[in-house]
Design a protein around this ligand. Sequence first.
Ligand SMILES: Nc1ncnc2c1ncn2[C@@H]1O[C@H](COP(=O)(O)OP(=O)(O)O)[C@@H](O)[C@H]1O
Ligand SMILES: [Mg+2]
Length: 227
Amino acid sequence: MAKTLAVATDLWRSFQRERGIVTAIQGCSFRIHAGETIAIMGPSGCGKTTLLNLIAGLDVPSSGQLDWPGLGPFDTLRPERIGVVFQSANLMPALTAVENVALPILLTSGPDAETRALTALATFGVEALAAKLPEQLSGGQAERVAVARAVSTNPQLIVADEPTGQLDQASAVLLVDRLLAWGRQSGSAIVIATHDERMAAKMSRIWWMRHGKFESMVERSACTGAG
Ligand SMILES: Nc1ncnc2c1ncn2[C@@H]1O[C@H](COP(=O)(O)OP(=O)(O)O)[C@@H](O)[C@H]1O
Ligand SMILES: [Mg+2]
């Protein structure tokens, strides 16, 4: 049985806004196991980003329980055990591509940060861009660097929020194929919010969301089942 990385029970997340309370996540329960690949799908505003932020430990639920039994205590999750790809790449503007990718390694006091960062860039075909600043990159190039940054510490869980929004379909498929290959090799779990059904079809599970709830949870492979 694969290691359980994250367990959520009856998660809720509300935001106070000027015009009242928005409840973005409404009673979600799930488990994420090592080696699983999960697509989170659903219309804009259904809660995908909010859920990913909770899974990554970037946000805390308003109520419900969320634990990372296979990963460790909350304050050790990032960047060592969970790698995050933000929706708009979010590279540090004053750092080159290779420095951006090396940063999480340096934060975890890992050795050989630059060499490992270059290896991560090469995994996603952007090692030639190592010395470029984010403003010199196209949107798609920045997304590839952001994915390299997320895997650079060899985390056990990757959380990616629409990581291929700036790429054409062929480049998007290539990037996700490389990320999935990286995940198979490392045994890590990968959770991706996406609108792309072709990409979702490559994942072992699809969680369909609507109005902050799971509408359906599709299992594509028996060996990655619930429990
Ligand atoms: N920080 C926030 N403050 C207020 N409302 C938010 C915040 N984050 C998300 N929301 C609201 O929660 C709902 C879900 O948003 P989000 O998780 O971004 O959905 P998705 O990623 O599926 O588009 C939306 O109604 C959004 O406006
Ligand atoms: Mg979103």
